[in-house]
Design a protein around this ligand. Structure first.
Ligand SMILES: Nc1ncnc2c1ncn2[C@@H]1O[C@H](COP(=O)(O)OP(=O)(O)OP(=O)(O)O)[C@@H](O)[C@H]1O
Ligand SMILES: [Mg+2]
Length: 265
């Protein structure tokens, strides 16, 4: 980890009713580090990202992101970060060019700056030929690449990516992976969640494994592998399953937060 700390959480906690979705989480991320959040469905990865990106207020604890406290200075944090959430944030009836113009203006950027940045990101994501086609005609992978360009319009110091390669083909996945590596080389700090062990292993400098809202291990892939002693040459999946168990997690789609069992009838 580099010496400059860009993210530091302090007992970060989120409760929804009786459920503690994120439970006193502590970790640090260094500048230009690619930091992975792994964990079973419902582990609290997205909730952690939502707090760090100021979309949710912590129930307890706090964090510093790019030099600012997420509770005291949320608007300052927002100026420094980009977010690729689970849902693609684009207008289907607009072209990438129009989408990026729209979001750029929303982010307070000048037209000239937007145009210059949009062209740069779109070309690095191999989407130049599609700049003037309506987004509604795009595949999932094409939409996601424009969605990433959108998140980068403000040239954020920290980019949060929540399952950026979910449902994408190997070609797009590799392109996005390479792109994330390029961002790192340019000094961008990246926090990403994924269920793809290969992605995590190829990309992340360090990984935090979460389960039931808690971080149960955080280290480099190499060091994490030492935690699964019974296997000869464990891969990341072996370590992950060793730490989180092989039992399948049943996380209902609705949010059974009432605690009265009504959702189960
Ligand atoms: N707004 C909300 N209201 C109530 N409960 C919530 C809310 N958001 C998340 N939860 C619950 O908090 C827990 C953690 O959810 P979260 O989305 O952070 O998990 P995750 O690790 O991102 O899972 P996945 O891998 O499925 O994306 C889950 O039990 C979820 O149902
Ligand atoms: Mg999630």
């Amino acid at each position: 980890m580099s010496s400059e700390i860009v993210i530091k959480t302090d007992q970060l906690t989120k409760r929804f009713g009786n459920l503690t979705a994120v439970d006193r989480v502590n970790f640090e991320v260094g500048k230009a580090e690619v930091f992975g959040l792994l964990g079973p469905n419902g582990a609290g990865k997205s909730t952690t990202i939502r707090m760090l990106t100021t979309l949710l207020t912590p129930s307890r604890g706090t964090a510093e992101v790019a030099g600012y406290d997420i509770i005291k200075n949320p608007e300052k944090v927002r100026e420094k970060i980009g977010l690729v959430a689970e849902k693609v944030i684009l207008y289907n009836r607009l072209t990438p060019f129009e989408n990026l113009q729209f979001f750029g203006k929303l982010y307070g950027l000048e037209e000239k700056t937007i145009k210059e940045r949009a062209e740069r990101w779109v070309s690095r994501l191999h989407m130049n030929d599609w700049m003037h086609t309506m987004v509604m005609f795009f595949s999932t992978g094409m939409k996601q690449r424009i969605n990433i360009a959108r998140a980068l319009l403000t040239e954020p110091e920290v980019l949060f990516l929540d399952e950026p390669t979910m449902g994408l083909d190997p070609q797009t996945t590799r392109a996005i992976r390479n792109f994330i590596k390029e961002l790192k080389e340019h000094g961008v700090t990246v926090v990403l969640t994924t269920h793809d062990m290969f992605d995590a292993e190829m990309l992340c400098d360090r990984i935090a494994i979460m389960d039931h809202g808690k971080i149960i291990a955080v280290d480099t892939v190499e060091n994490l592998k030492k935690l699964a002693p019974e296997k000869e040459n464990p891969n990341l999946e072996d370590v992950y399953l060793f730490l989180t168990g092989e039992k399948i997690r049943d996380v209902p789609l609705s949010r059974p937060q009432t605690g009265n069992g009504r959702y189960h009838s």
